[in-house]
Design a protein around this ligand. Structure first.
Ligand SMILES: [Cu+2]
Length: 264
């Protein structure tokens, strides 16, 4: 028989290794500057996931290297390995531990998502139009004022971005806000963001959408409310008719009837 496993020692090594890996991984600023109220919450979530992943990785490595060292064949030993018929305690442990970790991760993510998508009463709605390979924006609360390639929003106010793709799937991503949302043709998707830092950022398409995908970007300006109002008031164009039509079609192609009832 193998004798008892040195569980206390293995656990100590696992914890030490988790701490060492986490210290290195958490010292790296993975996501860059935080510029929305959601950003610190999402970064905390990522950090917790990094620690959990470091723990799982360490545990697997410690057990793997222990087994390699402990059960190595002696020189000259040509015999077959000992037949093993399961180990109930081990099987319970390797089912229970991952289940707890995954359920914890799911619950924590759920609560963060709930929190950051909580709608605010004074939210500003912005229509986002994506098309190979450009972004443009409409302000339905401001007479459908329209602008191409440059998005302005006021600081410290929730913005509800309504996405309307005109062709293929694009994805709306401002890294400093952390928020990402797919733009799906025929469907209106919504991204909720409260920018909390004045500055200029980049909107990046993060769904491979064709030849010009890499250059599908727009400037994002977060500014004080008065500056934003002045900027919007200075816009000359209004949302073009085909785009307005796509907003109407989007809602029509989301049938309220159950699927198969001829709604689409
Ligand atoms: Cu793209």
């Amino acid at each position: 028989m193998y004798g008892r496993l040195p569980i206390a020692k293995m656990l100590a090594v696992t914890v030490a290794m988790t701490a060492a890996i986490s210290a290195v991984m958490l010292s790296i600023n993975w996501d860059g500057q935080e510029a929305s109220t959601a950003a610190p919450k999402i970064d905390d979530l990522l950090n917790v996931m990094i620690v959990l992943s470091s723990f799982v990785f360490s545990l697997v490595m410690v057990m793997l290297f222990y087994a390699l060292w402990k059960f190595k064949a002696k020189p000259g030993d040509e015999s077959d390995g000992e037949p093993i018929h399961g180990n109930t305690r081990l099987e319970i442990a390797w089912t229970l531990i991952p289940t707890i970790i995954v359920l914890f991760g799911a619950g924590y993510s759920w609560s963060v998502l709930n929190d950051i998508e909580e709608p605010a009463k004074n939210a500003l709605t912005v229509d986002v139009f994506s098309q190979q390979y450009a972004w443009s924006f409409g302000y339905p609360g401001k007479g459908n004022a329209y602008v191409q390639g440059e998005l302005h929003v006021p600081v410290n106010r929730q913005v509800q971005f309504k996405m309307h793709s005109q062709d293929v799937i694009h994805s709306f991503w401002v890294p400093e806000w952390r928020i990402k949302k797919d733009n799906v043709p025929g469907i209106t998707t919504t991204a909720t963001v409260t920018p909390d830092r004045v500055g200029a950022y980049q909107l990046i398409c993060t769904e491979l959408c064709g030849f010009g995908h890499a250059s599908m970007r727009a400037k994002v300006v977060v500014e004080p409310p008065a500056d934003f109002r002045r900027w919007v008031a200075g816009l000359k164009e209004t949302v073009p008719a085909p785009y307005l039509e796509s907003i109407r079609q989007d809602t029509e192609t989301n049938p309220v009837e159950p699927l198969g009832a001829g709604g689409a």
